[in-house]
Design a protein around this ligand. Structure first.
Ligand code: PMP
Length: 288
């Protein structure tokens, strides 16, 4: 496997960063998760925009331009002979001292990893996932904007650990006001009486798949609303599904042991899963 690291394409064994890198010491850095389908990179510009906006919010200067980053991503795919892949660009604060101060880190570290990664949830796309609501709350935007896709994923990892102990495939977060926020790594939607409802993006990550799926739903003539949701809306939904780059569109069949709708992926979710597949196969930035 060939990794891009600070201007060089190196074998995985040589792709090493300093133990003084603040990405390691403090989670000080940003990343993206991007997929390529069929020789094309899906939503590349949207992911690059979020990466650079996340970095800007953290006052982190990315040493290469967006165009250069796009080139590096394509070259990393080519060097690994990948046409269908999961791509992980990472920008850390770089090497500093043991203090917090980012001014002591003269240059950011840039890494791009690309791997083959099929359907994240395997056969659960047919069966549906089991989800559990978790007691750990999504970090409030006042403390850390959820739209900064930072290397500090501990809030999400705590949710995942709780879901693991409770036997769920995915965790559902609430925010500190008691509203439904998102999954540990995906956005959440409910379907009720043929309409799709999803929380606004104040207390969760503004998912790129979320936007693609909302556009797709509208193009299929399905009504879409953004509205705060609570337990009631989850438990009484006809269908629930989550979206994300890694998860794609994944149906949820049970939440906290309660059967959602018929307990099987519902018709609206199925329609969106099929539509999303079509979109990923036709759109995107060519790798070559
Ligand atoms: N929420 C969280 C917390 C995530 O980590 C992700 C994955 N990036 C998402 C939602 C989905 O975002 P996207 O569709 O842009 O991958």
């Amino acid at each position: 496997m060939i990794i891009y690291l600070d201007g060089r394409y190196v074998p995985e064994e040589e792709a090493k960063v300093s133990v003084f890198d603040h990405g390691l010491l403090y989670g000080d850095g940003v990343f993206e998760g991007i997929r390529a389908y069929n020789g094309k990179i899906f939503q590349l510009e949207a992911h690059l925009e979020r990466l650079y906006d996340s970095a800007k919010t953290l006052d982190l200067a990315v040493p290469i331009s967006r165009e250069e980053m796009a080139g590096v991503i394509r070259e990393t795919l080519r060097k690994n002979n990948l046409t269908d892949a999961y791509i992980r660009p990472i920008v850390t604060r770089g090497r500093g001292d043991l203090g917090l101060d980012p001014r002591k880190c003269p240059k950011a570290t840039v890494i791009v990893i690309a791997v083959e990664w099929g359907a994240m949830y395997g056969d659960l796309y047919e069966k549906g996932l089991s989800a559990v609501t978790v007691s750990v709350r999504r970090t409030p935007a006042e403390a850390m904007p959820p739209n900064v896709k930072s290397l500090n994923y501990l809030n999400n990892i705590l949710a995942k650990i709780e879901a693991n102990y409770k036997g769920g495939d995915e965790a559902i977060f609430f925010d500190t006001n008691g509203y439904v926020s998102e999954g540990s790594g995906d956005n959440i939607f409910v379907v009720k009486n043929g309409e799709i409802v999803t929380p606004p993006t104040l207390n969760n990550l503004r998912g790129i798949t979320r936007l693609v799926v909302l556009d797709l739903a509208r193009s299929l003539g399905i009504t879409v609303r953004e509205q705060n949701l609570g337990y009631y809306d989850l438990y009484s939904a006809d269908e629930v599904f989550v979206t994300g780059t890694a998860a794609e569109v994944a149906p949820i069949r049970v939440i906290d042991g309660r059967i959602i709708g018929t307990g099987k992926p519902g018709p609206v979710t199925r329609q969106l899963m099929a539509g999303f597949k079509r979109v990923t196969e036709t759109q995107g930035t060519p790798i070559a």
